[in-house]
Design a protein around this ligand. Structure first.
Ligand code: SF4
Length: 349
């Protein structure tokens, strides 16, 4: 407990002097903090900044988000990936507007009851916006804390996360220091106790407290049990062109990229002949067909290995939506899985 208190104090002192200015640090508005925290999950800070600014220009309040059309929301999110995050934001905003007059609850336990808000995000909002004693334990915090205590627990397990949250909660500060510690320890994880490569211990404000540094255990800690290998799925993507328009479809409402728009796809890698045959069977009169490249997209547990065919067809069958390249580029939120094929239509108009 004494050591944890010292770690907290040193982190707060360091953060107040060294914090990097970021747009979401200019405000204690829980809405802005929430949006930034959700965007920052699985996405790098430099990537998030322009998205964050554009999002708040378009949707400056929780009421604007609750009332936003899904298509517009997904377009604002296009390129950030993990679209369920955007949908959950909207769901949560609707609940806040309907049940809480648009006000965020201040306690982490209450925030966690809202749709899409987990323990980490609840802790971040409660501590940064409301100065509550609420730990927010992400991968950075796990790495720094296990290293400080030379703790060899498996950081892939939720019980390790819970143990560290409980340890921090006992000593967590209140008021402005709560938010400064939450952000400071994450920043130490991002800039000093880095995830890949040798940690920058000589400039780390917590070096004196660190058992891993003392025992030179950097390679062993944090310990993470090996991940299961990702499943590889082969796919064939069809760029179907009829005149100036291309076919897109809304994907099924479950599974990967659920309910998002995409180009038509088939399972497996088709040969040119079988791609033509599939299109003919679907009712298309194919004027020409040719391979148009390949791409790979990595999801959490699955990899898509895609090849593409570009086909000119005679009639725009109604099983798909038909849009010009500018319409697709400007108003359809295409997941980044289709980036390589989107580039092709962008280049060819
Ligand atoms: S001293 Fe080194 S290993 Fe320890 S927390 Fe700081 S950067 Fe990480």
């Amino acid at each position: 407990m004494e050591k944890t208190k010292r770690i907290i104090q040193k982190t707060v002192d360091w953060f107040r002097v060294h914090k990097v200015p970021l747009p979401w640090r200019e405000s204690r508005d829980p809405y802005r903090i929430w949006i930034s925290e959700v965007m920052l999950q699985q996405t790098r800070i430099e990537t998030v900044i322009p998205y964050y600014q554009r999002f708040l220009e378009e949707l400056p309040t929780v009421f604007d988000l609750a009332a936003c059309e899904e298509e517009k929301l997904l377009k604002l999110w296009e390129g950030l990936g993990y679209y369920s995050r955007a949908r959950n934001l909207k769901k949560c905003a609707e609940v806040l507007c309907a049940q809480c007059k648009g006000e965020f609850p201040q306690e982490a336990e209450q925030l966690e009851k809202l749709p899409g808000i987990g323990a980490y995000t609840a802790g971040a909002i409660a501590s940064i916006a409301f100065g509550k004693r609420a730990p927010a334990v992400d991968g950075n915090v796990l790495r720094v804390m296990t290293r400080l205590f030379a703790d060899k627990s498996d950081i892939a397990l939720s019980k390790t996360r819970e143990k560290i949250a409980a340890q921090l909660k006992e000593a967590y500060p209140e008021g402005a220091a709560a938010g400064d510690f939450t952000q400071g320890i994450m920043e130490i994880g991002e800039t000093k106790c880095i995830p890949n490569g040798v940690p920058l211990c000589p400039s780390c404000p917590l070096a004196e407290e660190c058992e891993t540094r003392r025992q030179k255990l950097w390679e062993e800690i944090p310990y993470k049990s090996p991940k299961k290998e990702r499943r590889i799925e082969e796919k064939t993507v069809f760029l179907l062109q009829c005149g100036e328009k291309y076919a897109i479809e809304k994907r099924a409402d479950s599974g990967l990229l659920a309910s998002l728009f995409g180009f038509p796809m088939a399972d497996g890698h088709c040969s040119e002949a079988s791609a033509r045959e599939q299109l003919c069977r679907a009712g298309f009169a194919v004027q020409s067909i040719a391979p148009c490249g390949s791409a790979k997209h990595i999801f959490t547990h699955v990899e898509w290995h895609m090849i593409g065919f570009w086909a000119q067809v005679e009639t725009p069958l109604p099983c798909y939506l038909w849009k010009t390249a500018p319409e697709i580029l400007e108003s359809v939120a295409l997941p980044s899985a289709f980036r390589a094929f989107r580039k092709i239509i962008q280049k060819n108009g």
